[in-house]
Design a protein around this ligand. Structure first.
Ligand SMILES: Cc1cc2nc3c(=O)[nH]c(=O)nc-3n(C[C@H](O)[C@H](O)[C@H](O)COP(=O)(O)OP(=O)(O)OC[C@H]3O[C@@H](n4cnc5c(N)ncnc54)[C@H](O)[C@@H]3O)c2cc1C
Ligand SMILES: NC(=O)C1=CN([C@@H]2O[C@H](COP(=O)(O)OP(=O)(O)OC[C@H]3O[C@@H](n4cnc5c(N)ncnc54)[C@H](O)[C@@H]3O)[C@@H](O)[C@H]2O)C=CC1
Length: 442
């Protein structure tokens, strides 16, 4: 069996490793247009903000690792089209020569692309995106340039907020814009985002929410940002208004979701029996929504790659869906969420209630101790938990995994009330915030 994988970042790598490590004898070919593979974009802001020494540690594998395992790998090789009937992939190799690879099974792991604000001046110099390693390098380089003092970040989602922090750490004046009235509006309810907004402001970031960029101005280089509310002199712009699926190669042939992502089943198989799609290029099943959706996260990319790899290798393995669990840590303030916020539930016509609680992480006699705010969201009719959000200066990240499992397994809010949660003053309180929030549920 010969499997060709297009795209060798997180999803393609997971599919390739699953096949190579578990199913010897399978022929695996990886093709990617980039110079590198396995770049952890999540480290870009840490590196640009000088919280880590450099970018070298942000890659977890390389071309040689795949060659050692017996795979064939082409980098700097762009796939131009796929003959789905003849099962042949056409690409240009590193030297620019037209080349082909036939396949028995094809894995599309072409990921996502940043959404480009479609406004005048969008192609001026000094306007950046933050998806690829090379784009991170360009942003890093620009921030070191003389005369770059004011940075506008468009989009206060995860990338925008993280790079705003990094730019501030580099001593820039930072203006952060979003169409929504708060930061992180797709992940958290206002009672949580207002804390992040206060945190950003406290650290000197100028917030412009509910404000839309309408034009980038300058001769060859951007010097001014115009919005529906004003205009600002800027030296650099970073666009971060979300990703869309990169399904350019198969959109004509395969069934797709509303944003163009390849529609896949629980084996990651597309509408073509020989073609699988994984990671940001594909849809994913949300256990909170109980529906197919699109969530661009590295964690989903890895899991979907593993599922595709096993199914191609011959082990039937159903994906179990996701909750879109996510987290962020900005100037020491931590927020994690999973499933649906109250706002996201309303948007999806799911009638929910929620229960909030706030308390110290540990008993009052422990000195190093921060307050934790928790919200648990549950469906009114079934009482199943559909979401949770936590915010604190404490490391509350591990809590969210339990809520992720609860959503996956359709656990009700009532089941959580008397759940056995251990107590040790070094870590938590006997009347802990999870129990207390659950007990408070209507
Ligand atoms: C700055 C940043 C921070 C992030 N932080 C986090 C985080 O903290 N946690 C988290 O879970 N997620 C995070 N993400 C999201 C995560 O990086 C993506 O969800 C993940 O990269 C998706 O992996 P993928 O392999 O599906 O797609 P991609 O990473 O998009 O990779 C697709 C690959 O396909 C190749 N390709 C595309 N078209 C072709 C073609 N025609 N021919 C050949 N090759 C092609 C590309 O070169 C690329 O290597 C972050 C993303 C960014 C940009
Ligand atoms: N910590 C993590 O888990 C991280 C995850 N990622 C993932 O990478 C993907 C891309 O990240 P982001 O680009 O930050 O997307 P995002 O979806 O997190 O945020 C995009 C933001 O842009 C805003 N927006 C949309 N259109 C706009 C417009 N025209 N003008 C102004 N604002 C506008 C939205 O309201 C939203 O707040 C996401 O799926 C994200 O979850 C990225 C970084 C870190």
């Amino acid at each position: 069996m010969k499997t060709v994988i297009i795209g060798s970042n997180h999803a393609g790598i997971a599919a390739a490793n699953t096949l190579l490590d578990n199913y010897p004898g399978n022929e695996v070919v990886l093709i990617d247009r980039n110079t590198n593979l396995s770049y952890l974009g999540c480290g870009t802001a840490l590196w640009v903000g000088r919280q880590i020494d450099g970018y070298e540690g942000l890659f977890y594998t390389n071309k040689e690792d795949f060659i050692k395992k017996g795979a064939k790998i082409f980098l700097q090789s762009s796939v131009t089209n796929i003959d789905f009937d003849g099962k042949v992939v056409h690409f240009e190799d590193e030297a620019g020569n037209p080349t082909t690879e036939s396949y028995d099974k094809l894995v599309l792991a072409t990921g996502s692309k940043p959404i480009v604000p479609n406004i005048p001046g969008k192609d001026l110099d000094g306007i950046h995106f933050l998806k690829l390693f090379q784009e991170g390098q360009a942003v890093d380089h620009a921030m070191s340039s003389e005369g770059v003092n004011t940075v506008a970040v468009i989009g206060a989602g995860y990338i925008g907020v993280e790079i705003a922090e990094a730019a501030k750490r580099r001593g820039k004046n930072v203006l952060l814009f979003d169409a929504m009235p708060t930061s992180l509006a797709s992940y958290y309810d206002p009672e949580f985002t207002e804390r992040m907004d206060a945190n950003l402001e406290k650290h000197g970031i100028e917030l412009h929410f509910g404000e839309l960029a309408t034009e980038y101005k300058g001769d060859t280089r951007v010097t001014q940002l115009v919005t529906d509310k004003g205009s600002y002199d800027v030296d650099m712009v970073i666009n971060a208004i979300g990703f869309t699926a990169n399904s350019d190669l198969g959109r004509e042939h395969l069934d797709t979701f509303r944003n163009g992502a390849y529609l896949v089943d629980s084996h990651q198989k597309t509408s073509d029996d020989s073609v699988y799609a994984v990671g940001d290029s594909a849809t994913i099943y949300s256990n909170a929504l109980e529906a197919t959706t699109y969530i661009a996260l590295a964690t989903n990319a890895v899991r979907s790659g593993i599922v595709a790899g096993h199914n191609i290798g011959g082990t039937v393995l159903d994906g179990i869906g996701v909750q879109g669990s996510n987290g962020i840590s900005i100037f020491g303030y931590n927020m994690v969420s999973t499933g649906l916020s109250v706002a996201a539930a309303a948007k999806n016509n799911i009638d929910v209630d929620y229960t909030d609680y706030e308390d110290l992480q540990k008993p009052g006699f422990i000195k190093e101790n921060g307050a934790v705010k928790i919200r648990i969201v549950y469906e009114k009719s079934s009482r199943r938990i559909v979401g949770a959000q936590l915010a604190s200066t404490e490391d509350i990240s591990a809590n969210i995994h339990m809520f992720s499992l609860a959503i996956q397994e359709h656990v009700t809010i009532d089941k959580l009330k008397l759940l056995d949660i251990f107590f040790l003053p070094h870590f938590n309180q006997p009347y802990n915030y999870i129990t207390m929030a659950a007990l408070k549920a209507k």
